[in-house]
Design a protein around this ligand. Sequence first.
Ligand code: IPE
Ligand code: IPE
Ligand code: MG
Length: 242
Amino acid sequence: MAKDAVTEHTGPGHVAIIMDGNGRWAQQRGRPRLFGHHAGAKRVREIVNACPDLGVSHLTIFAFSTENWKRTQSEVAGLMRLFRRYIEREARDLLKEGVRVRFIGDRMKLDDKLVSLMDNLEMLTSHNDRVHLTIALNYGGRDEVTRAAKKMAFEIEQGRLTHKDVDAETLGRFLDTQFLPDPDLVIRTSGEARISNFLLWQSAYAEYEFIDTLWPDFTAEEFGQVLGNYGNRERRFGAVLA
Ligand code: IPE
Ligand code: IPE
Ligand code: MG
């Protein structure tokens, strides 16, 4: 068993966030959707910087899903531009704040310039360990598990594994998240109560918080309150507690 069944009243070490509601936030102000995405990107810094004091060692954020390509060409292009600018602008501060940044998701569909910025940021911050920030970009849980299965099948084909080696632990080693603990808490902003293909495998025993606030309005203070609620939950991991 991966973890003992315990009633811990400690904070969640790994928090994952579905940052939703940028479009509606902009719409409420009569502005284009990209205006909301820019406001949302600004929030990320505040939430990342709040992590050490809140006892959060790992933060994983959903920035772009494998399904988000279905949006208009101009929204997708604007988001890709925003990701490039975010990395260029934030790299120095992330390094200085002790943040180790890694990306999960399929990089094959992303443009070369963006991928090289991502690679560089991962390398630049690779010695940090105050906060582990993982950014899910062109990420989908089903896509990730499918790619992992394909890599595993290839290893079997090459004779480096056999079908007898296939178990949950082995599959986990082929996932994009192989370097991450499972999330303790998944937060989704904007009032939608669904997971939209985020960390399907890894969230098997995560706690969930669905909150109404739109992502660009989500403050460090509210983040702290949500983490406070988590402290009162009893996690059982399938066992019966004594
Ligand atoms: C989340 O905000 C950001 C991305 C998916 C890139 P949305 O763009 O989904 O905002 P809403 O849900 O339309 O309000
Ligand atoms: C999930 O939000 C993806 C991100 C936050 C990046 P969506 O807005 O794309 O999800 P749906 O379409 O409402 O399920
Ligand atoms: Mg949305």
